[in-house]
Ligand binder design. Structure first.
Ligand code: UD1
Length: 353
């Protein structure tokens, strides 16, 4: 059986790693296609190296651009590659433009296609990711849901029959990397040794970076913190700041290069709290017992809101005070599974073949 995974953006490499291990452990043939959506070493190669993912069988070099042109380049390359390589299953991950392109290419060619992380919704259609998720789910032959909330959503959209609850592959990745961490903590990334007490922040969503006023308010709020705020800057954030003339290292805000996955996890473990607009980081904070403040109006990962572990704060009101609240004392539930999602994914694929 030949399984073909399509990835292209940073969070997809983290999701691919445990799935690749399970596929090869089960003696199945795995092809990896990189769309080239993320192309800087620090956004791509570092993750393949660190997570021991083999080099992609092909890189389509789609690069950046308007969403339509970027997705179209991927679609064209994927279609050709699917025709040549004849996979039994195409696996697509998450909610990026690479996810959408893989879903469209496979479904037009009638190649069975499975979606890892199916059933998530923000109910905010102004997010490109929400459109990508909905279309991908409705094209999928197999919907691999991370949570019971996602399963209920798929059912409400008439997709229950092809949905399977597998858990969250990000838990698989996190548990794998936790076993490999060095201790003690040696500072954040290669370039910065850092004080004991700090907040970790990440911002990259279009809704927070594309308007100068919005980005200025976020930077002002973060830089006014009483303790250092470290922000590993996604290229989108760096680009927007430089075109808007916004200084990212200012006041108590310290910008550093994007971190590798292992470095990021270690930094979360050592941070007092997290401020973010990333979906993955909301969960990593939850799983690693760190209070998280999400500067968005909604989250796809609603389980993280339990007991105030994660708080949504789109208006930034009292951001630093909210971020520095005490961690909740109640024990958490385990809504994201036990780290065996990738094994369950492979079982689901093989049982349907
Ligand atoms: C994409 C995903 C988003 C995901 C994020 C993770 C979509 C619609 N969005 O957003 O869901 O959370 O990846 O990072 O697919 N750039 C570089 N080097 C790179 C990659 C990007 O400089 O290696 C710059 C380019 O200027 C590019 C911009 O970052 O235009 C945005 O990149 P893009 O891939 O379009 O979307 P992301 O914001 O990364």
């Amino acid at each position: 059986m030949k399984i073909l995974s399509v990835v292209g953006a940073r969070p997809q490499f983290v999701k691919l790693a445990p799935v690749h291990r399970s596929i090869t452990k089960n003696g199945l043939h795995h092809l990896i296609v990189h769309t080239g959506q993320h192309y800087d070493d620090i956004m791509s190669k570092v993750f393949f190296d660190e997570l021991e993912i083999p080099l992609p069988d092909v890189n389509l070099g789609a690069g950046s651009g308007l969403h339509g042109e970027q997705t179209a380049r991927m679609l064209e390359g994927l279609e050709k590659y699917f025709i040549d390589s004849k996979p039994d299953w195409v696996l697509t991950y998450g909610d990026t433009n690479s996810t959408l392109a893989a879903a469209l290419a496979a479904s037009k060619l009638k190649i069975p296609m499975a979606h890892v992380e199916a059933g998530l919704r923000s109910f905010n259609k102004s997010m490109p990711e929400e459109i990508n998720r909905i279309i991908t789910d409705h094209c999928s032959d197999l919907l691999l849901a991370p949570t019971t909330t996602a399963m209920a959503q798929l059912s409400s959209e008439g997709l229950a029959e092809n949905s399977v609850l597998v858990g969250d592959v990000m838990v698989d990745s996190l548990l794998f990397v936790l076993k490999t961490l060095e201790s003690p903590f040696n500072g954040i990334g290669p370039e910065l040794k850092f004080p004991k007490d700090f907040i970790l922040a990440t911002i990259h969503r279009a809704e927070n970076t594309d308007s100068k006023e919005r980005l200025q308010s976020i930077v002002a709020a973060l830089s006014s913190s009483s303790i250092p705020v470290v922000i590993p800057a996604h290229p989108r954030l760096t680009n927007r700041c430089s075109s808007f003339g916004i200084e990212l290292t200012t006041g108590n805000l310290h910008s550093i290069n994007p971190l590798s996955y292992r470095n990021l996890i270690q930094t979360v473990q050592n941070a007092r709290s997290i401020i973010t607009d990333s979906g993955g980081l909301q969960k990593e904070a939850f799983l690693l017992d760190k209070p998280c403040t999400t500067i968005r109006g909604e989250t796809e990962w609603i389980e993280t809101l339990e007991d105030g572990w994660n708080i949504l704060l789109p208006d930034l009101d009292g951001l630093i005070d909210v971020a520095l609240r005490q961690a909740p004392s109640k024990e958490k539930s385990q809504p994201y599974g036990d780290g065996t999602a990738s094994e369950k994914i492979v079982n689901a694929l093989t049982s349907l073949n």
